[in-house]
Design a protein around this ligand. Structure first.
Ligand code: ADP
Ligand code: MG
Length: 359
């Protein structure tokens, strides 16, 4: 369906400096594929999607869609826009139109549909994304998740052959990520061809038929979801997919800001989809800071989570300490053991660390 050859993009700054963001992109995208594009920020994922959709003309190479080079002079952009829809991070809805008018606008304007037919199809699409009851309201009264579902319905109204999603959930409150991902999952089930730039690794692993890992201006590695996540071949891919999320806070004494710590831990657990662990993480943290290690201030506390291995841990580090701060026995220690899968006591180059593995 889409063949990309030697695609490149160089940005030229007003001051004359140049930045080559896409160096040599080559790929084939077949009908029915769901491809997640992952990679560190600044590696050209958005630039690539914008080039595919002719929102931002590339500097070189070719893009064939259904056998036609869309970069050739005189190629009618409106033809591409009917085949290829795009959903943005920030929804880009028309704020002065109701939800239904947003969905009806392009079919009426570009596809020359009758108002009646556009309305009927628009309502059916809103029903599909669970928002039929919001048809008459303005976008400003919707939540972020609802806005993004409207944006998807609006995109579907053009009956595209392929949809490009550029981080569709990254502007959303974590509570609303799920509702948008389930709409995309449903489209995947129905066989829609999609390219999805996302940081939701679990979602990418579940939904994709293929993954592109973008790095340094190239599709650095391309493979099945299983291969990329379970057995990445290249070291940059491996470092990216196996990366560990962390949040660090300092505890300087007994008068530490426990509400701040509680908020940090809960936010962290929420963000990485481990809200079920947040109570236990918090209890273990309090037990350590307020009882077991109360004579070891200042200390650094760190919560870490690996999305791939799904391991969550709490580290308590005290600089300059040479032996473990944990007692050999006692009620506190028993209580702590009951909360953790494993307790690791280890000297480090700068002090001593107690690691609690939570799973
Ligand atoms: P990603 O989506 O992977 O985070 P982008 O495609 O947004 O990356 O950007 C890649 C690089 O190109 C970044 O360094 C960014 O600053 C630069 N860039 C993006 N758009 C422009 C632009 N319009 N002008 C100049 N530089 C840009
Ligand atoms: Mg981007």
């Amino acid at each position: 369906m889409i063949t990309v050859s030697h695609l490149s993009k160089t940005y030229q700054d007003p001051d004359g400096s140049r930045l080559t963001v896409l160096k040599d992109i080559n790929c084939e995208i077949h009908a029915g594929e769901v491809i997640s594009i992952i990679g560190p920020s600044g590696t050209g994922k958005s630039t690539f999607l914008r080039a595919l959709n002719l929102l931002d003309p590339p500097s070189g190479g070719s893009i064939e869609v259904d056998g036609e080079n869309i970069l050739q002079k005189g190629y009618p952009v409106h033809k591409l826009r009917q085949k290829m829809g795009m959903v943005f991070q920030n929804f880009n809805l028309f704020d002065h139109m109701t939800v239904l008018e947003n969905v009806m606008y392009a079919p009426c304007k570009i596809r020359k549909k009758s108002v009646e037919q556009a309305r009927e199809e628009g309502l059916a699409l809103l029903r599909k994304v669970g928002l039929a009851e919001k048809a008459g309201v303005y976008p400003s009264s919707l939540s972020g998740g609802q806005k993004q579902r409207v944006a998807i319905a609006r995109c579907l109204a053009m009956k595209p052959e392929v949809i490009l999603f550029d981080e569709p959930t990254s502007a959303l409150d974590p509570t609303m990520v799920g509702e948008v991902l389930s709409v995309i999952r449903q489209l995947a089930k129905e066989g829609m061809t999609m390219l999805i730039v996302t940081h939701e690794m679990k979602f990418a692993r579940d939904v994709s038929t293929r993954i592109f890992f973008m790095y340094d201006g190239y599709i650095h590695e391309d493979g099945s979801a299983e291969q990329i996540f379970e057995a990445p071949r290249r070291s940059a891919t491996k470092a990216f997919v196996q990366r560990i999320r962390k949040e660090v806070f300092e505890v300087n004494g007994q008068d530490y800001d426990f509400l701040d710590m509680e908020t940090s831990i809960r936010r962290f657990c929420f963000k990485y989809n481990i809200a079920g662990k947040s109570d236990r993480a918090l209890q273990a943290c309090k037990l350590m800071v307020e009882d077991i290690m109360k004579d070891y201030f200042p200390m650094t506390v760190r919560i870490t989570h690996s999305e791939m291995s799904e391991e969550t841990a709490l580290d308590f580090m005290v600089e300059g300490l040479e032996t473990s701060p944990l007692p050999a026995s006692g009620d506190f220690l028993e209580k702590l053991r009951g909360m953790c899968r494993e307790i690791v006591e280890e000297p480090t180059s700068r002090g001593f660390r107690v690691k609690l593995r939570l799973d």
